[in-house]
Design a protein around this ligand. Structure first.
Ligand SMILES: Cc1ncc(COP(=O)(O)O)c(C=O)c1O
Length: 399
């Protein structure tokens, strides 16, 4: 038996050791981290709703009325009203026939994928899909064909090779570590041609993309074409839990077969009520989605202006560094100067593509995002990651 201490040491040696930091107060744009004030640039509380007074009040009222917990799986101890109401509202919001709540996005993927892709079939998964999708594919007894990121030619090849055994194509709508958007139109076309279902995980797209924050599928006008969308309540909607929207038939099937639904306690009523309040706020204040988009553009432009390798096209703004150790060093230096952005390393991202991942909130101020970018640029130059800007005279000579 390997000693756990040795395994931990091996993680440290590879620059992959992780530890938890203490944040005081709610997930606002500025927080106290281990007792020091920092600009928070790594929360998925995209619209700043997690500590919104209406969500707090809704959660508190629900706790008083329905209790702190749901008691059991909904198939065991009954369906509570808040769950049914939120499912109805999400169904309308997303433009589907029906919705099913899950305990978390992780559980939604870990339950829905194995329900849909069975032994002898093939599931097609983008190589940069979230870990919960990867685990959902592993839990299914199906063969998994991992296609190169966003590469529809590679996917088409895999579908042809599967010779009719393909059952499901699954993709993030917005990729969680890269901040780019899946090629949804081509995925729909391939799914139709090869008679496969298409499932899109909108965890980072709901509240951020599409009309009124309805997500990447709605943004592409494809709600009638994508068989299932998954979303979480824990990111832009500021609460906790997740959902799958699909046809009546598919949802009835998931109620009966998705093991993470059947064998897991329903989300707590306060979390469900808070998500419902978030949805109401989103519908009445869609300008917050615009604010998120414009803040993302401000940070992206400012980081690129520092000569950094900025990726993606959404509120997730990755800056590629390369090695895990160098990434963590940059993250520490930036933190010392008051900016909290996570260094992302393997196994979350492929070896050699470690990065600082910034996530923007609608509640950030443009000026603080610009100052943060300058500070990141300076730290990256100290570590030799960003180019040193050419002196003014040589620019003049070159011109
Ligand atoms: C694309 C994607 N799907 C699913 C999840 C899991 O969602 P949850 O945090 O609700 O478990 C995440 C979380 O980061 C995610 O990025």
């Amino acid at each position: 038996m390997t000693d756990i201490a040795d395994r931990l040491e091996a993680l440290r040696e590879r620059g992959l050791y992780r530890r938890l930091r203490l944040v005081s107060g709610p997930q606002g744009p500025r927080v106290l981290l281990d007792g020091r004030p920092v600009l928070l640039l790594c929360s998925n509380n995209y619209l700043g709703l997690a500590d919104h007074p209406r969500l707090r009040a809704a959660a508190a009222e629900a706790a008083m009325r329905w209790g702190a917990g749901a008691g059991a799986s909904r198939l065991i101890s009954g369906n509570m009203k808040p769950h049914r109401r939120l499912e109805e509202r999400l169904t309308e919001f997303k433009g589907y026939q029906a919705t099913l709540l899950f305990g978390a996005g992780y559980l939604a993927n870990a339950g829905a994928i194995p329900a849909l892709a069975r032994r002898g079939e093939v599931v097609f998964s983008d190589e940069l899909n979230h870990a919960s999708i990867v685990d959902g594919c592993r839990l299914s007894r199906a063969e998994t064909f991992v296609y190169r990121h966003g590469d529809v030619e590679h996917l088409a090849w895999g579908l042809r090779e599967a010779e009719g055994r393909g059952s499901l194509i699954v993709t993030d709508g917005v990729f969680s570590m890269d901040g780019d958007i899946a090629p949804l139109e081509e995925l729909v076309r391939l799914a139709r041609r090869h008679d496969c279902r298409l499932m899109v995980d909108e965890a980072h797209a709901t509240g951020a993309l599409g009309p009124g924050g309805r997500g990447s599928v709605a943004a592409a006008g494809l709600s009638d074409e994508v068989d299932l969308v998954v979303g979480t309540l824990g990111k832009a909607l500021g609460s906790y839990g997740a959902y799958v929207c699909a046809s009546h038939e598919l949802i009835a099937y998931l109620v009966n077969t998705a093991r993470s639904f059947v064998f897991s306690t329903a989300p707590p009523p306060p979390a469900v009520a808070a998500a419902l309040a978030a949805l109401q706020l989103l519908e009445s204040n869609p300008h917050q989605v615009e604010r998120l988009r414009s803040n993302a553009a401000v940070l992206r432009t400012a980081l690129a202006g520092e000569g950094l390798a900025v990726g993606g096209e959404t509120q997730i703004v990755p800056v590629e560094v390369g090695g895990a150790a160098q990434t963590m060093e940059l993250s520490e230096r930036v933190l010392e100067r008051g900016v909290f952005a996570q260094g992302i390393r393997p196994p979350t991202v492929p070896e050699g593509s470690s990065r600082l991942r910034f996530t923007v909130m609608a509640t950030h101020r443009a000026g603080e995002l610009q100052r943060a970018a300058k500070l990141v640029g300076a730290a990256a130059r100290e570590l030799g990651i960003a180019p040193v800007p050419a002196p003014a005279e040589s620019l003049a000579l070159a011109a």
